[in-house]
Design a protein around this ligand. Structure first.
Ligand code: NIG
Ligand code: FE
Length: 418
């Protein structure tokens, strides 16, 4: 039995206590469940008690000597951050495209000329499994260093059975080897591979008939995601792929309305997708439909910044009643970053979320977007002890001092990993 850990005297403990109520919207996004002079008791990797330091001192009076004590005086303590949307497993890198975009080429021009997602697909097809594990491990280490303890990861740089499986198996191995919790999504429909150009529907058939059954059989993914975008997959093709995935028990997600308004938000609401991602160009009707259906908006302000596009209408979505989560979108093209703290800053600066809303979007709502809210995303009794101690006094300061990593320490399942 490992020693209990007692974190005490936190200037501010943001518990995000939610009592299993599910995705937060409107005013509930601002309720952080703050405790001043806060305290947490951890045993066997789980949270056993949360309260003020006085309360826990009384409750554990006969055991305080057993515990490893962490003095959090003057510091903010939050749940481990959750990143609900990444493409973290990939080969190679695309710094030359960054340069090309600054010289005037657009993201879609580069992709249509065989670069972009296609370039990373070639490099990922060529990479050995061990190489992908090595490169992804470095990125996961960096996530942890930025206070992120749970990460969703998508396949989609294979777009053939062999490499899609390779990416998903890499995630499965990393889930066993790495401290981070990795949540796998199948995204064979990330683009139409070059060899299927002009035969898009044939690729969709192949994905449905040959890839999905194997992914499901080997239990390699929980979610199924499609890049629904003009020139990539139509809403009709997206619906076919996601319906087929549902029959295999995969929960739908959609990369929706990123580059052009294309009915992606409406589709996500219609088919009961757990979330819709990006949404830079989501229509007003789409936003209303998502609020009504309870579809979580997973917004990616670092991607918007990196593509030099206007960010999604996060403020408006919250005001309309959409539950908002945020994410890095970590990928080699449109958002090569692992910094969720930066994403929280940007959620405030470019989408006008308040500091409290941004924290909810990066913890509890992010956990809801990947079906993990019963285990992570808040500091509540019975949940995993995934905890961050920050070098700031309060949550406002966390969002205010921007572009800096304020992490002081991170515990994953009660083990100090940073
Ligand atoms: O979420 N938009 C599609 N997919 C990724 C980018 C992938 C890439 O450029 O490699 C995204 O932004
Ligand atoms: Fe993405």
């Amino acid at each position: 039995m490992s020693k209990p850990i007692w974190i005490k005297h936190a200037a501010q403990l943001a518990t995000l206590a939610s009592e299993g109520k599910g995705p937060r919207s409107k005013e509930a996004m601002s309720e952080l469940g703050l405790i001043e002079d806060g305290s947490i008791w951890i045993e066997e990797g789980m949270i056993k008690a949360v309260g003020t330091t006085n309360e826990l001192e009384e409750r554990y009076a006969d055991r305080v000597n057993e515990a490893e004590v962490v003095d959090a005086t003057d510091h903010l303590v939050t749940p481990g951050l959750v990143d609900p949307h990444t493409h973290v497993v990939y080969g190679g890198s695309r710094e030359r495209e960054f340069e090309m975009r600054l010289e005037g080429a657009s993201y879609m021009d580069i992709m249509n000329a065989g670069g972009g997602i296609h370039a990373t697909t070639r490099m990922t097809r060529e990479a050995l499994e061990e190489e992908l594990i090595e490169q992804t491990t470095l990125r996961l280490d960096s996530f942890l260093a930025h206070g992120v303890t749970t990460v969703e990861g998508k396949s989609g740089y294979g777009m053939n059975l062999e490499t899609e499986l390779k990416q998903l198996r890499v995630m499965k191995k990393l889930q066993e080897q790495h401290a981070i919790d990795l949540v796998p999504t199948f995204m064979g429909a990330h683009a139409v591979p070059a060899e299927y150009k002009g035969r898009e529907d044939e690729f969709v058939d192949q994905l449905i008939n040959e890839m999905l059954p194997v992914v499901a059989e080997e239990k390699l993914a929980e979610f199924n995601d499609v890049f629904c975008e003009k020139g990539v997959f139509t809403p009709e093709q997206t619906e076919r792929i996601l319906d087929a995935g549902k029959r295999f028990g995969l929960i739908p997600k959609i990369h929706a309305d990123e580059i052009e308004s294309y009915g992606g938000a409406e589709l996500a609401a219609k088919i009961g997708s757990i979330s819709a991602e990006h949404l830079l160009k989501a229509s007003d009707a789409g936003i209303k439909a998502m609020a009504k259906a309870g579809t979580i908006a997973c917004l990616l302000p670092a991607t918007a910044l990196y593509l030099r596009e206007e960010a999604a209408a996060g403020r408006k979505m919250i005001d309309e009643g959409v539950a908002v989560a945020i994410s890095t979108d970590c990928n080699p093209g449109s958002s090569p970053t692992t910094s969720m703290p930066l994403v929280m800053n940007l959620a405030c600066i470019s989408m006008r979320l308040t500091p409290a809303e941004a924290l909810t979007a990066a913890t509890y709502n992010a956990a809801c977007a990947i079906n993990r809210e019963e285990k992570v995303g808040s500091l509540e009794v019975g949940k995993q002890a995934d905890i961050v101690l920050w070098n700031v006094k309060n949550y406002q300061e966390l969002q205010y001092l921007f572009g800096v990593n304020h992490v002081k320490a991170v515990w994953k399942k009660g083990v100090k990993v940073v």
